[in-house]
Design a protein around this ligand. Structure first.
Ligand code: AMP
Length: 292
């Protein structure tokens, strides 16, 4: 496994791989790796001749009052984990390499980046789109792998790749969870013992929403969201940022559920903001409206 720290070296390597007609799979990460990240890397390793992972905590996707400085960093631990699977190259640039003095370009992804998480994290998705665009030009992958865990991010990235004409296939991989359903996240280490127990409420609320739609056949999104909110509010230390039911393609809010939807939530557990989602295909041909 090679560790590359400069853009110039990374581009030269990728160019050589492409010249040999080999495929490149790419997994961008911010490090503090866990099984969720590893599942993407295993898939990239299986499906490509070369698998490249980037580790870069991207400053431009953090707001001024967010956790950029505290964000967990563990490059030694990360490299150990990577050595146990098929990863050929780790791209590990520093901030100056990615954003040299005077850097001022950014990608504006538009309104899809201003709803859900974007409503409270202003500019976050433009920061994500900017770094992913840069990384794609540096790594030049054929296939790029992202987790469904960050569902809005997958929609943003698909839009970026399509609208800026990157010749890259975006592959979305399932969310990897702890035994009790909590979605794995680098931020889970912020949770104390009590908060860790309380954090399972995200998955429980999503399963409730999924059950109301897929098993009970309910279609009234407001009713379903309220049931989920009641469950979340019944637990300790949780504070809802949003509970939304949206279309899977453009993240438009749904009132009557008629086709597959994404149930998306963001909840603060203590000071830690966690997100999760479930996509449900429902039982639409038989769906009945909720009657009070
Ligand atoms: P991050 O390091 O948080 O930027 O995540 C890097 C990639 O890993 C993103 O595509 C995430 O969606 C993905 N990812 C993070 N957590 C999980 C998880 N629990 N299951 C699947 N993918 C994940």
């Amino acid at each position: 496994m090679q560790i590359i720290r400069t853009i110039k070296d990374m581009q030269a390597l990728s160019r050589n791989i492409r010249d040999e007609h080999k495929t490149i799979g790419f997994v961008p990460t911010m490090g503090a790796l866990h099984e969720g990240h590893m599942s993407l890397m295993k898939r990239s390793g299986d499906e490509n001749d070369f698998s490249i992972v980037s580790i870069f905590v991207n400053p431009v996707q953090f707001g001024p009052n967010e956790d950029f400085r505290q964000y967990p960093r563990d490059i030694e631990g990360d490299l150990n984990k990577l050595s146990s699977i098929k990863v050929d190259i780790v791209f590990f640039p520093d901030d100056k390499e990615m954003y040299p003095d005077g850097f001022s370009t950014s990608v504006n992804i538009g309104s899809v980046g201003e709803i859900l998480c974007g409503a409270s994290r202003h500019g976050h998705f433009n920061g994500v789109a900017t770094v992913v665009a840069k990384l794609c030009n540096i790594v030049m992958p054929h296939n790029a792998y992202f987790g469904q865990k960050d569902f809005q991010q997958t929609v943003v990235i698909k839009k970026l790749i399509k609208e800026l004409n990157f010749d890259i296939d975006v592959i979305v991989c399932p969310t990897v969870r702890e035994h009790d359903g909590l979605a794995m996240s680098s931020r889970n280490i912020y949770l104390n013992h009590e908060e860790r127990k309380a954090a399972t409420v995200l998955y429980r609320a999503l399963k409730l929403g999924e059950d109301l739609i897929s098993s009970k056949g309910l279609v009234d999104a407001l009713y379903i969201k309220n049931e989920m909110k009641n469950l979340i509010n019944s637990g300790p230390v949780s504070n809802i940022d949003y509970v939304e039911i949206v279309t899977t393609e453009h993240l438009e809010k749904v009132e009557k559920i008629k086709s597959p939807v994404a149930i998306c939530i963001a909840v603060r557990i203590g000071k830690t903001r966690l997100i999760d989602n479930i996509i449900t295909t429902g039982i639409f041909p038989f769906a009945t409206d909720y009657q009070t």
